[in-house]
Ligand binder design. Structure first.
Ligand code: SF4
Length: 338
């Protein structure tokens, strides 16, 4: 904001759309690079699993669902011999198959075993942890409320850990008011790992108000990577005139980053998959641009976006410091020494 309370991007200047000004100079633009951003440990591991499987078993390796929600990553693996399908029925007998990082319902490995398919499960260990939590509550006789987004593969996978009807989905505070549980004194909740931290806190608060005896995780199930990337966006949103989130439209954590920017002082926030998608007219005369990336977006794409901005603006970059991440997940034993 300037002293008049208007955003530079809203003012009419000769520097709109990053075009050269009448004097031939490129307009100045400060980039605030959110930190941390991009790949998380679960995504790194899932991609490595497909790469190692290709090395060990040769091509093709089938992958059920996009290994992570990013076309660039998927196309790179396709070029190396991975074949992506949505259904196990599309996997021929006798070839290895990898399950994506989002997790799968129990029926999927069961069907793979029935068909004697060799499979490797790339479910993120933090998603598997939620599966185990849900199972534990179920064993203790509790009905489970899952806070998450209908249709997301992680939600489908978590619901599919337990028999039909054992898990009820709640997507909003409004849903909490109407969810019909069997016994309010005998329920527990778990959450999707890639939700908005703030929205989820409100939903959990509403659950605890309506069901004071509800059991739940000591600390919510939203993963460290989702939390850290949202915090990093909050740290820069106020001072940015616009924010680009590198990520895919089906990436839950990337979509949440756009919302977090908009709710924390940068209403001009957008998702872009590649530099080619940047709408330069939209960016206009912004003086400070925030850039971040969802957990499934590689740094190469962040660099591509920065280079495209650099072609049109006289750029200075500030890498903002944020949470240190040193999480590494082990590979499944069958691939560890491939
Ligand atoms: S976003 Fe979180 S839960 Fe999802 S793969 Fe990454 S670390 Fe795992």
């Amino acid at each position: 904001m300037d002293s008049a309370g208007t955003r530079p991007a809203d003012r009419a200047t000769g520097a709109q759309s990053g075009k050269e000004t009448a004097t031939g100079a490129r307009p100045a633009l400060r980039i605030q690079l959110a930190n941390p951003r991009g790949f998380c440990a679960g995504v790194e591991r899932a991609i490595q699993i497909v790469e190692r499987a290709l090395e060990k078993f040769g091509r093709p390796v089938y992958v059920r669902h996009e290994i992570v929600h990013n076309r660039f990553v998927v196309e790179g693996l396709e070029a190396r011999g991975a074949i992506f399908v949505e259904d196990l029925d599309d996997v021929p007998d006798g070839v290895p198959v990898v399950f994506s990082a989002h997790g799968v319902p129990k029926s999927v490995p069961a069907e793979a075993e029935r068909r004697k398919l060799f499979y490797v499960d790339a479910t993120c260990p933090l998603v598997s942890k939620v599966h185990r939590e849900a199972e534990r509550h179920f064993k203790n006789g509790k009905q489970i409320i899952l806070v998450g987004h209908a249709g997301h593969p992680e939600v489908v996978g978590t619901i599919g850990q337990l028999p039909d009807g054992a898990v009820l989905l709640v997507q909003s505070v409004e849903d909490v008011a109407t969810v019909a549980v069997k016994d309010p004194s005998n329920i527990a909740y778990v959450t999707q790992t890639t939700l908005s931290v703030d929205d989820t806190a409100e939903i959990v608060e509403a659950l605890c108000r309506r069901f004071p005896e509800i059991d739940g995780p000591k600390k919510e199930d939203i993963c460290y990577a989702t939390t850290n990337r949202q915090e990093a966006v909050k740290a820069i949103a106020e001072r940015c005139d616009a924010m680009l989130v590198v990520g895919a439209p089906n990436s839950s954590n990337s979509l949440r980053l756009v919302e977090v920017a908009q709710r924390n002082g940068c209403d001009k926030a957008r998702l872009v998959q590649r530099a080619a998608e940047i709408d330069w007219a939209w960016l206009g005369a912004a003086e400070c641009l925030g850039i971040t990336a969802g957990a499934s977006a590689p740094e190469t794409l962040v660099n591509e976006v920065i280079e495209a901005v650099r072609e049109r603006y006289d750029v200075t970059i500030e890498e903002v410091s944020g949470a240190d991440e040193n999480v590494i997940f082990k590979l499944p034993r069958v691939l560890a020494n491939a």
